[in-house]
Design a protein around this ligand. Structure first.
Ligand code: NAP
Length: 245
């Protein structure tokens, strides 16, 4: 199925999984709004790669940790492209630390970016999608949100929160032809996981039945599948080489 004529907003589309999602949606014909926080050069590279695939693409700076910025981001995309069909809540950060020693400021930053960012982008986008009677929303959760992981309480809470948001919004929006789903990646090779200490990386890798980390493109395939599925909503699709089984 083609996404031609559709407009997609991907938060955190400048790098890693977000970039792969932008490219996969572009390959399937969608115009792409590439959001980023600070890395305009990487965002521009993503947009250029999308254009090479024959679609329109623009970059949009916005810090999704701020609810007003989420509203403004969605409005800016609507103003530029005239509609919004697909929202992918991908922007995310991880700040690891044990429950006892985690800094309040970092906990708030993780929850604000990962959970509240997805919440307020979903809220703003759904207003437009309700009027259109069409929408596809996919948010990035994590195996860590399903299973927990010591040293990642804030990150796990943010990613588990995505699941509640997804299921409740799916029920609210289903009658208007808007689906809301989540993808839960395991260990994927990006800048985020490159920052993991060797020991933590190896500990995680050793729990993957497939015996290898995933590639951003493998997550992007799952996101595109959910975007193209009209009758799947409120679901969580693990892309993890069997990690969460
Ligand atoms: P990454 O390589 O660190 O890239 C993060 C992206 O998010 C960048 O594009 C960054 O923009 C953007 N971003 C960060 N804070 C933002 C903010 N406040 N406002 C707007 N954009 C912001 O991360 P990744 O590994 O691709 O992860 C993407 C998503 O998948 C995240 O939600 C992550 O939690 C989830 N995930 C990843 C893995 C994994 O193994 N990698 C596993 C499970 C889930 P700039 O370039 O401007 O900084």
């Amino acid at each position: 199925m083609s996404m031609e004529g559709n407009v997609a907003l991907v938060t955190g589309g400048s790098r890693g999984i977000g970039r792969a999602i932008c490219l996969e949606l572009a390959r399937r014909g969608a115009a792409v709004a590439v959001n980023y926080a600070g890395n305009s050069q990487a965002a521009q590279e993503t947009a250029n790669l999308c254009r090479e695939l024959g679609v329109e693409a623009e970059i949009f700076q916005a810090d999704v940790a701020r609810s007003a910025a989420c509203e403004a981001l969605v409005q800016a995309v609507k103003d530029r492209f005239g509609r919004l069909d697909i929202l992918v809540n991908n922007a995310g950060i991880s700040k690891d630390g044990l429950l006892m020693t985690a800094k309040a400021e970092e906990v708030e930053q993780v929850l604000d970016t990962n959970l509240k960012g997805a919440y307020f982008c979903t809220k703003a986008a759904s207003r437009i999608m309700l009027r259109q009677r069409y929408g596809r929303i996919v948010s990035l959760s994590s195996v860590v949100g399903l299973r927990g992981n010591p040293g990642q309480t804030a990150y796990a809470a943010s990613k588990a929160g995505i699941l509640g948001l997804t299921k409740a919004a799916a029920k609210e929006l289903a009658s208007r032809n808007i689906t809301v789903n989540a993808v839960a990646p395991g260990l994927i090779e990006t800048d985020m996981t490159a920052a993991l200490p060797e020991k933590a990386w190896e500990a995680m890798r050793s729990t993957i039945p497939a015996g290898r980390p995933g590639a951003p493109e493998e997550v992007a395939q799952a996101v595109a599948f959910l975007v193209e599925s009209a009758y799947i909503t409120g679901q969580v699709l693990c892309v993890d080489g069997g990690m969460a089984v």
